[in-house]
Design a protein around this ligand. Sequence first.
Ligand SMILES: [Zn+2]
Length: 338
Amino acid sequence: MENKIYGNEKLLSFFRNASGAGRLSHAYILEGGEGSGKKTLASFVARLINCKSLGERPCGVCESCRKISEGIDPDVKTVVAEKDKKQIGVDVMRDLRADVYISPNEEDCKVYIIPDAQNMNVQAQNVFLKTLEEPPANVYFLLLCSNIANMLPTVRSRAPSLKMQIFSESELRSHLLDIDPSLRSLDPSEFDMTVRLAGGRIGEALRLLGDSKKTSGETPRDKAESLVDLLIGKNDTASSLVFARKSVKGRDEGRDVLLYSIYALRDLVAAKKGGKGVTMLFYGDRQKAEALAENQTSARLVSVVSLFEEAYNGIQLNLNTDNLFTDLIVSVRKTAGI
Ligand SMILES: [Zn+2]
């Protein structure tokens, strides 16, 4: 799956045309949520730039294409934060600035891929800007980011930005079944929910489906259910805090737990509003949602949903996961009187 690109035809033909006409810009920003295929596309562009074929490019079989696909080409470099740091600091960008002037080893061009460009702090972006202002002729930069608002306007003005395609649910479903036909044997309601949760992103869907293979009780979905039980069902702030600290491991899992919790909580709002026609997205057992919602007002449930949505946005911005859950749970307690 690593090299196959689903959809995104407009972006592919844009890059093919620009490259064929010798009009490639030295830098591009590829914007899209996690799991939307930015890295796969960046690898495609790096192959397009360095492919040795005289026919269709990238050919996928020449030495350059092969090495880039395997991630072992010395002239296609990935730029990340220093170890144990979340932000890409100024030192990383100074090193990069020095590195761009060193000639390529094997290829005609060097390509630098920055997978989490939104994590460059302001000083780092300013140093990078100097590199962008006078890039060596054979150097290209691909800045991948989940939210372009985090990039300085000065950087954006020198790097055209392109958005990754968001798939419809039916497109996503068919791409997923193409990648992994064994998904046909998955419980259809679970498959449907994953497709919805993935928000049109293939990588995100595959990650969520990978989670669902974990032992029961350990998946982010199970953890979300427990958290909502403690927080809303039992109204137990202390146990919720302990649960979040002990059970939610790291930012990625935190994000998934928040995402599933949002769906669970929206089900409670729907259950509260009643009407037999309302479909539950999270709770297979509608009565469970109704029981949880029973002693809550709609107003409170709606505020709790927004608090979770805020926390979900916060976790995307790399805020500390433990603090984020603590603040969230404390804020939820404050809504108890609504
Ligand atoms: Zn090639």
